[in-house]
Each structure stands twice: as C-alpha cells, then as structure tokens.
Design a protein around this ligand. Structure first.
Ligand code: HH2
Length: 295
C-alpha cells in the first residue's frame, strides 16, 4: 500500500502518517499555535481545551492537516526550553487524537518529536530542514515509518534572521539546500511521496527574496511535494502597504495562497484562516482553474 515499498512513487497522493491524502486539489494545513507569543495568534489557544475547540472548528471548516506548534519562530522570538515545549504540547496532542485528522508537529527538537511520535503524529514539520542528524534518525523509528516530513529552509536563527539577510542567488541557494536535504532523506528510504519542500517564506528573507522564491516555486516540483506558508506574513503587509495587525492580512493571504497553489503547484498551503482559504480554493476550482502541476 505505501509507496516506499514500490519502485514507482505514486505522486497522486501525499503520504502523511496514518493518512494517504489525495492530491486532486491543493491541501489546506491549518495553523494551531499553542504559544503565548506567535506573531498573529499568540495566546489564543494556550489551554488544551481552547486548542481542541480551535482544531474542531478547523475540521468543520474543511482543514486537511493540523499543524501544531508550541514555540514561536517569528523574527525576534526567544527559544523555549524543551521541557516547556513538551508541557504545552503533550496534553494538546493527546486530545487532538479524537478528531481523526492528520496531525503535523511544528518542532525543531528531536527529543520533543520523539515523545510526540509515541502519542501519534503524522507529519514532522522541521523549520531547520532536518539538518540535525538526531532528527533524521527519528525517521527510522517504527512510529515514524509512514510519517510525512516537511523540510523548510531558514537562514540563521529566529532571533536574528531578519537582520539584513544576504544571498548571492536566493533561488539557487534555497532550492539547492532543499534538494540536498531531500536527497539525504531519500537515501535513507524516505519516499518522495512523503516529502514536502518549503522555501520558508520570511525565515531570513527580505521581501525581494520571498517574491523571487514564490515566483520560482514550481521549479522545485520535480524534487518533492511543495508547501507554502505565506499566511498573514510580513511580506503581505509590505506588498499591500497595510499597517494593521497580521490578522488584517486576510485578503493578501488568500491571493498568495491561490497563486502558490494554482500557479506554482504548491501541494499544501499553511494558513491561519482555514474557512476563507477553503472557500477561495473551491471557487477557483469551480471556475475551472487547476493546479499548475496538472495542466
Ligand atoms: N511559518 C511559521 C511557522 N512554521 N512551518 C513551515 N513549514 N512553513 C512556514 O512558513 C512556517 C512554519 C510562522 O508562522 P506562525 O506559526 O503563525 O508563527 P509563529 O512562528 O510566531 O508561531
């Protein structure tokens, strides 16, 4: 049943732990931040019951994957300790199991991911792109056998990454890193059908860098499925000139999600506003628009 056992990967699906998600339309990953300080929704879901309510609502709104994070990685954020990350995370992960949805864990710490795997997660979303050998080693555990992996690019560390990031050729450097990491995982038996590549919009990148990466995203398509996380990010504020809080960036976020999914072939979009994104995708599909990878 699972493609890593076969010679020919089945690219009509994204293998995500206990789930095999059909790719006849772009998938919507809903953000569930159980942090006090995330850039757009910090403090909203800090209690396990509030987190479960928010997840339940996203399920009703049509979310495909829940992405749970217990550490903010916004520019300037201070790292949290492993024990604090686990304290926030474990009760929430336990409760989310009843929803019957794929659960992604947004964590860069192997010891945190290790414990979460025992509770049941379907995707490991590592904003450091599986550079840590301990993170790669986890993929050999039986609990991680079919887990999806998201390899994200970040230049530097959240605390300082937006202090004048520089690239000679941003697309070549970011895509080169993602391809190199994907090749390492593939050499360890992780099938293409389980891998998401993500340029990491806003992670050590200026507006110019972000736009260059977004406009070139489809070039990556041959190396793995693609994830685009553009929702509410600073680049939306910069492009629109809107000075309000990140929660007021919905219009720009929808435009960016539609472009990423339907023009650049993103397999998954990571968003805060699930209902609005699902609606936008349905209207686009009803008008005959197809993800570019299919055209
Ligand atoms: N963006 C954020 C966090 N995790 N993971 C991936 N794969 N791609 C992204 O673009 C991405 C990510 C930042 O958004 P958010 O989680 O809302 O904010 P914070 O880091 O402040 O919690």
């Amino acid at each position: 049943m699972f493609a890593e056992k076969s010679q020919v990967p089945d690219l009509a699906f994204f293998l995500c732990g206990r789930y095999r998600l059909a790719l006849d339309r772009p998938l919507v990953m809903g953000v569930l931040n159980i942090t006090p300080d995330s850039f757009s929704d910090g403090g909203q879901h800090i209690s396990p019951s509030a987190a479960l309510d928010a997840a339940q609502l996203m399920k009703e709104q049509g979310v495909d994957i829940l992405d749970v994070g217990a550490e903010s990685t916004r520019p300037g954020a201070s790292p949290v300790s492993e024990s604090e990350e686990l304290r926030r995370l474990l009760p929430v992960l336990e409760r989310l199991q009843i929803l019957g949805l794929p659960i992604s864990l947004d964590s860069r710490r192997a010891r945190v991911v290790r414990q979460a795997l025992d509770l049941g997660i379907d995707l490991i979303n590592d904003v450091t792109g599986f550079r840590d050998p301990a993170m790669q080693a986890l993929l050999q555990l039986p609990q991680a056998k079919h887990c999806g992996v998201c390899i994200m690019h970040m230049k530097g560390e959240p605390q300082t990454m937006q202090a004048n990031p520089h690239y000679d050729d941003v697309v070549a450097e970011v895509f080169g890193f993602l391809n190199q990491q994907a090749a390492q995982l593939k050499a360890q038996g992780i099938g293409f059908e389980r891998i998401l590549l993500d340029p990491g919009f806003g992670f050590g990148k200026t507006l110019h860098h972000n736009l260059a990466l977004l406009q070139a995203l489809a070039e990556l398509k041959g190396h793995g499925h693609l994830l685009a996380g553009l929702s509410r990010k600073r680049m939306i504020g910069e492009l629109t000139g809107h000075k309000g809080p990140p929660t007021e960036r919905l219009g720009g976020s929808l435009a960016a999600a539609l472009y990423a999914a339907f023009h650049q072939g993103a397999t998954v979009v990571r968003v805060h506003d699930v209902q609005a994104t699902v609606q936008a995708f349905k209207v686009w599909a009803a008008l005959g628009m197809r993800p570019s990878a299919e055209s």
